[in-house]
Design a protein around this ligand. Structure first.
Ligand code: GDD
Ligand code: MN
Length: 397
């Protein structure tokens, strides 16, 4: 059987929502437009609550449901991209698994994308008939601010570029898929910025609903990822975003260093050598903590790994700084102007520190997720999922 439509649902800790959403999709799609033939693809990032196991159980009863479980990965946007590319249908709808998006508008989206020969239909909260629902005031504001920033330099008219609910024509998607950044939460924005002109877009209103189970993953980090997405879209052909973040943390470190050092020299009256040594130590720790929680938040080191990471970080950066001084001195001695000599040394250190700590301190760790999965199996998460899946539909219908 060929599918008319694929539904891609990114999930992270949604074990209590996946059962009900599958039922809702069936209720809406099976009879609409003379019977839509659809497949359901969950893309799960190895959720600790065992979401993927729950979907596999659902798949035993529903031929059209499957899960793509990603190990060692995190990210809403990249999950959507992989789900879309894994679909067999010519059209794919991306919708949250927590039932905040209104699945009832899916048939209308499909009708429009086909009849008007569109490439993209966006579920919008900002046109007549749509609504932000129970969004808190600050999130409405944030959404509007993001909207203003996001379409900088793009001529597309979109009332809700921050929406996570849309339908796309796969043949159009394949044309720009390699240009996508896949960073963070804002997959629709990524699509629109990557596609360039010529994308035929329509909008359908919907009302954003309240979440019933689980919690939102939108936090400070997601805000940061939004900034990363914009950096990547504008500078991504030249530099790696992680390197930009690492560099920004480093630059911040230099500022803090000067501040602390001046305090130690002027107020505490320490000698330059002592002050410099103490400050270097403090700033190195600060940089490690910042990089660990921002630049490498996806591989954040915890427990004893935090401390061993701190040691490798300090060793690597210590060497980098020593080399910096040596290189800058040598260049200066050979007649390179001092600014250029200093910048050369700094650049070398930045690249060295980044490269070496990426290979040592924040090397991809496979064992920890395996351990977690084993614990989950032992704790019988599968059993819990089976029960959860039985009781859920009754509650929501
Ligand atoms: N695979 C995967 N990986 N899925 C994720 C991740 C992740 O790292 N983070 C979140 N998700 C899944 C959630 O499980 C949920 O199904 C969906 O993505 C949306 O996440 P929420 O945390 O519920 O986001 P929100 O409700 O605050 O915001 C959503 O709706 C807004 C309005 O459309 C997002 O889609 C926003 O981008 C959107 O603006
Ligand atoms: Mn949500």
């Amino acid at each position: 059987m060929a599918y008319d439509l694929a539904i891609v649902l990114p999930t992270f800790n949604e074990s209590r929502n996946v059962g009900p959403i599958v039922d809702r999709l069936e209720n809406t799609l099976a009879k609409a437009l003379g019977g839509i033939r659809y497949e359901v693809i969950f893309v799960d990032d190895d959720s600790p609550d065992g979401t993927a196991d729950v979907v596999r159980l659902l798949a035993e009863r529903h031929d059209n449901v499957r899960v793509l479980q990603r190990i060692g990965r995190r990210g809403l946007a990249s999950a959507c991209i992989e789900g879309i590319l894994g679909a067999a249908a010519p059209f794919v709808a991306v919708i949250d698994a927590d039932m905040q998006h209104d699945e009832a508008v899916l048939p209308e989206m499909l009708r429009r994308i086909r009849e008007e020969n569109l490439d993209l239909v966006v579920g919008s909260r900002n046109i007549a008939g749509g609504s932000m629902g129970e969004f808190t005031k600050w999130r409405v504001k944030l959404s509007h601010l993001g909207k203003r920033l996001s379409l900088m330099g793009v001529e597309h008219e979109l009332s809700d570029p921050m929406s996570g609910f849309f339908m796309v024509r796969v043949s159009a998607f394949e044309r720009f898929a390699h240009r996508l950044s896949g960073i963070g939460f804002k997959i629709l924005l990524d699509i629109v910025l990557s596609a360039g002109p010529g994308l035929k877009i329509g909008e359908v209103p919907y009302r954003f609903r309240q979440r019933e189970h689980g919690e939102s993953k939108l936090d400070m980090v997601v805000g940061l990822e939004y900034f990363e997405l914009l950096v990547d879209k504008h500078l991504g052909n030249m530099v790696n975003v992680r390197f930009v973040l690492f560099g920004m943390v480093g630059a911040l470190g230099v500022g803090v260093h000067l501040l602390i050092l001046s305090g130690l020299l002027r107020i505490a009256g320490l000698s330059f050598a002592t002050g410099q040594a103490i400050t270097t130590f403090i700033v190195m720790i600060l940089n490690f903590v910042l990089n660990n929680s921002v630049t490498y938040r996806d591989r954040r080191l915890r427990g004893w790994r935090f401390w061993s990471g701190l040691i490798t970080f300090c060793l690597a950066c210590g060497l980098g700084v020593t080399a910096n001084v040596a290189i800058a001195n040598e260049a200066f001695r050979r007649g390179v102007p001092w600014v250029l000599a200093a910048v050369t040394g700094l650049l070398f250190t930045a690249v060295w520190n980044y490269g070496v700590t990426a290979m040592t301190t924040w090397r991809q760790e496979r064992r920890s997720s395996e351990k977690r999965a084993r614990q989950r199996m032992e704790a019988g998460a599968l059993q819990a999922g089976r029960q959860g899946d039985k009781e859920m539909p009754a509650k929501t219908m």
